[in-house]
Design a protein around this ligand. Structure first.
Ligand SMILES: *Cc1c(COP(=O)(O)O)cnc(C)c1O
Length: 388
């Protein structure tokens, strides 16, 4: 029986059956189980920041797994301390960190940290953005503004009020001195790679300051060089109170992080939170390899090349290109993203039909100029096939 059929019979239905079965990768290139080669322009959803099988990642992970793979949090280990110090050194203000295994767990930590901090002041509700995505566990899901994945699992244990993303006046109207925290993605990822209007994050920071609410920047998708900055909020000169990270941090190994700035980072007391696997030595070694081997200058130059190349494509199906850095959505004039994804795969490119009318590109941050040029050159033909 083929792999797809076996997948379908063994797995729950939540993913459907993915269209391609991957076997191995090298850099931006991946091969499926039949040996067909693709250029990977989705990178495991902005995760494989160093590409596939990067020698530094392979070496770091192999060495660590052969030395000490797990300690639990009953014992500390050097890789976690090195990683924490490294991350904190990349930020603009003093902070403290908690390591988790995934994005949603990073947000659970943020949620509990904010709740603990806010309840001391008698605060009672969160604010988050419509169409925002913060994860699938109940805390993170309660903050997620996508009705289709949220509503059937409610009601949720806390009051979350949703506002349209990018609308500073709506924030002003909704946030009072009772608000615990505002959860925002600096650019919305799952909503379709949607950057906010200029000045929005600064306005959000000001409103948080005037109401005393915490600003939580969910940078699970936007951080670790994805936008051409280590952290997307740095481009806007806005420092959040809490920052969450995951996807690109481990370069494919599972790790998430919740960073609390200033006093907020001191809110948890012994016993308040934990994770058996969080910050395990192997994932920390992987993250250190990622941070040591990324080149933001390269990211910016290939990102500009990709964006300019796609913007120069003149095709009736292509409406616009939006996003930041190596994190773009090509927006279509008709809801044919699924057909674009399929035509791209047939042409040897992995892309992601993110919304009915938006195709996401988030290649490894080591993608080369030649690989970018190859996608750009094929894009008109892919669009024509998708439109047919
Ligand atoms: C992917 C994502 C999450 C959830 O991360 P998981 O590792 O899938 O739990 C949360 N927030 C944002 C912005 C994301 O892109």
């Amino acid at each position: 029986m083929n792999l797809f059929k076996r997948f379908e019979e063994a797995f729950m239905g939540n993913y459907g059956v993915p269209p391609v079965a991957l076997a191995r990768g090298e850099g931006t290139r991946v091969w499926d189980v039949d040996g067909k080669e693709y250029l990977d322009f989705i990178g495991g959803i902005a995760v494989s920041s160093l590409g596939h099988a990067h020698p530094a990642l392979v070496e770091a992970v192999s060495r660590q797994v052969a030395t000490l793979a797990h300690t639990s949090n009953l014992f500390l280990h050097e890789p976690e301390v090195l990683l924490a110090e490294k991350l904190l050194g990349m930020l603009d203000a003093p902070a403290r960190v908690f390591f988790a295994n995934s994005g949603t767990e990073a947000n659970e930590a943020a949620y509990k940290l904010a709740l603990k901090h806010g309840r001391r002041e008698g605060r009672s509700y969160f604010v988050a953005a419509e169409n925002g995505f913060h994860g699938r566990t109940i805390g993170a899901l309660s903050l997620t503004g996508k009705k289709a994945i949220r509503d059937q699992f409610g009601p949720f244990p806390v009051d979350v009020r949703f506002v349209p993303y990018g609308d500073a006046d709506a924030l002003k109207e909704t946030m009072t001195g009772d608000c615990i925290a505002l959860f925002l993605e600096p650019t919305q990822g799952e909503a379709g790679v949607v950057p906010p209007p200029v000045g929005y994050l600064e306005a959000a920071r000001e409103i948080c300051d005037s109401t005393g609410a915490l600003l939580v920047a969910d940078e699970i998708q936007s951080a670790i060089g994805r936008t051409g900055h280590w952290f997307a909020h740095q481009a806007d000169g806005v420092t959040p109170d809490i920052l969450t990270l995951a996807k690109g941090l481990g370069g494919g190994l599972p790790i998430g992080a919740c960073v609390g700035f200033g006093d907020v980072g001191r809110s948890f007391e012994k016993g308040d939170h934990g994770s058996t696997f969080g910050g395990n030595p192997v994932s920390c070694a992987a993250a250190l390899a990622v941070l040591d081997n990324l080149d933001l200058g390269h990211v910016r130059s290939v990102a500009a090349r990709l964006r300019d190349g796609l913007e120069a494509v003149d095709h009736p199906l292509l409406e616009s290109v939006r996003g930041r850095g190596l994190w773009l959505a090509t927006v279509l004039r008709e809801p044919r993203a699924a057909q674009v994804q399929e035509a791209a795969a047939a042409a040897g490119f992995l892309v992601n039909a993110l919304q009915p009318d938006a195709v996401r590109l988030a290649p490894p941050l080591v993608v080369t100029a030649d690989e970018v040029d190859a996608l750009v050159a094929s894009f008109p033909r892919i669009l024509t096939e998708a439109a047919a």
